[in-house]
Ligand binder design. Structure first.
Ligand SMILES: Cc1cc2nc3c(=O)[nH]c(=O)nc-3n(C[C@H](O)[C@H](O)[C@H](O)COP(=O)(O)OP(=O)(O)OC[C@H]3O[C@@H](n4cnc5c(N)ncnc54)[C@H](O)[C@@H]3O)c2cc1C
Length: 272
C-alpha cells in the first residue's frame, strides 16, 4: 500500500476526480490502479477558492516501480492495524472488572473482550435507552436523578457530548476508535475528516452497538450497579463492592470513572 499526499481538488469536485488526480499525479494507467481510499481530508481555505486536500492510500500494480518513479510524492503507507498488547503468562482467576461505561470503560471492555478476557462492566447509571428517557424528563421537569443523567449512565458523559471527535493525541490507536464507531453505525467519513462530528442521536445507537459487540464477545454489563468500595488486601486488589452489598472478586479492576464521580473518588482517596 502506498500513501499519496497533497492532492488538492476544488471542494465541489466530483467523486471520479480523485481517481483522475491519482492517475495523473503518478502517471499511471487506469489498469494499474487497483484501489484507493481516503486516509485524510482537510480544507485549504487560505485563498478565496476553497480546496479539499487529500492524503490517499492506494494499491497499485508494480508498487516498487511507482514508488521509485515518484519518490517525492509517495511513500509506503504505514501499517494501521490495531496491535493488541502482550498478555501475561498467568491465567486470571476471575474476569477483569471495569468500573464505568463511558468512552474509556467501553473501549477497555471492547479490547479485553476481543482478547478473550470476558470483562464485567459495572455502570452506576442505566442503559442508554432508559437513561435517555430520564435525561429528557430532566430537561422538561428539572428533576435530577443522581445516577441517571447527562454525566452518569451507559456511554458516560460521551453519550450526550454531541460527539465532536477531537483529541490532542496523535496515536495510531485513535484509528481503532474511529473504526469501531463506524462499525457501530457512525458515518464512514469520520475516518478521514479533520475534526469529525457524530452527534448525540447517532452516538446513542453507536453506544448500544458497542455494548452488543462486547456481549457477543463474552463480556457482561451490569447497570444500576455502583461500585461503592474497592477491596484491597496486602496491597493487592481483591474485588469490588456493588451498591454497598455484593462482593465481586477480581484481581484486575479498571477504574474508568470520568471526572464527575466525586463520591467514588473520595472513597478511593481514603483507600489508596
Ligand atoms: C456536555 C458535554 C459535552 C462534551 N462534548 C464533547 C465533545 O464534543 N467532544 C469530546 O471529545 N468530548 C466532549 N466532552 C467530554 C467527554 O464527554 C469526556 O471527555 C468523556 O466522556 C470522558 O470519558 P470517560 O469514559 O473517561 O468518562 P465518562 O464519560 O464520564 O464516563 C464515566 C462513567 O463511569 C460511571 N461511574 C462513575 N462512578 C462509578 C461507580 N462508582 N460505579 C459505577 N460506575 C461509575 C459514570 O456513570 C459514567 O458513565 C463533553 C462533556 C460534556 C459533559
Amino acid at each position: 500500500m502506498l500513501r499519496l499526499s497533497q492532492i488538492k481538488l476544488s471542494i465541489n469536485h466530483k467523486e471520479d476526480e480523485i481517481k483522475k488526480a491519482i492517475l495523473k499525479t503518478l502517471n499511471i494507467d487506469n489498469k494499474d490502479l487497483i484501489s484507493y481510499k481516503i486516509y485524510k481530508q482537510s480544507i485549504d481555505a487560505r485563498r478565496k477558492k476553497l480546496y479539499f486536500v487529500y492524503t490517499l492510500d492506494i494499491e497499485v500494480k508494480n508498487e516498487e516501480k511507482v514508488l521509485k518513479k515518484n519518490n517525492k510524492k509517495v511513500t509506503l503507507a504505514p501499517d494501521l492495524k490495531y496491535k493488541y498488547v502482550n498478555t501475561g503468562e498467568k491465567k486470571l482467576k476471575n474476569p477483569p472488572i471495569i468500573v464505568g461505561s463511558g468512552p474509556a470503560g467501553l473501549f477497555a471492555g471492547l479490547i479485553l473482550a476481543e482478547m478473550g478476557y470476558n470483562p464485567i462492566i459495572f455502570e452506576r447509571g442505566k442503559n442508554v435507552e432508559e437513561r435517555t428517557k430520564d435525561v429528557e424528563r430532566f430537561w422538561k421537569e428539572k428533576k435530577l436523578l443522581a445516577n441517571s443523567n447527562v454525566q452518569f449512565g451507559e456511554g458516560g458523559a460521551g453519550t450526550f457530548s454531541d460527539g465532536k471527535l477531537t483529541t490532542q493525541i496523535k496515536n495510531i490507536r485513535c484509528r481503532k476508535v474511529l473504526e469501531e464507531f463506524i462499525e457501530a453505525g457512525a458515518p464512514k467519513e469520520i475516518i478521514y475528516k479533520n475534526k469529525p462530528h457524530v452527534g448525540t442521536d447517532i452516538l446513542k445507537k453507536v453506544v448500544v452497538n458497542i455494548r452488543k459487540k462486547i456481549i457477543s464477545l463474552g463480556g457482561k454489563f451490569c447497570f444500576e450497579s455502583q461500585v461503592t468500595d474497592l477491596i484491597i488486601e496486602d496491597n493487592k486488589v481483591k474485588g469490588v463492592i456493588i451498591n454497598n452489598t455484593d462482593f465481586i472478586e477480581s484481581e484486575v479492576v479498571v477504574l474508568a470513572l470520568g471526572h464527575s464521580a466525586r463520591d467514588t473518588f473520595e472513597m478511593l482517596y481514603k483507600k489508596i
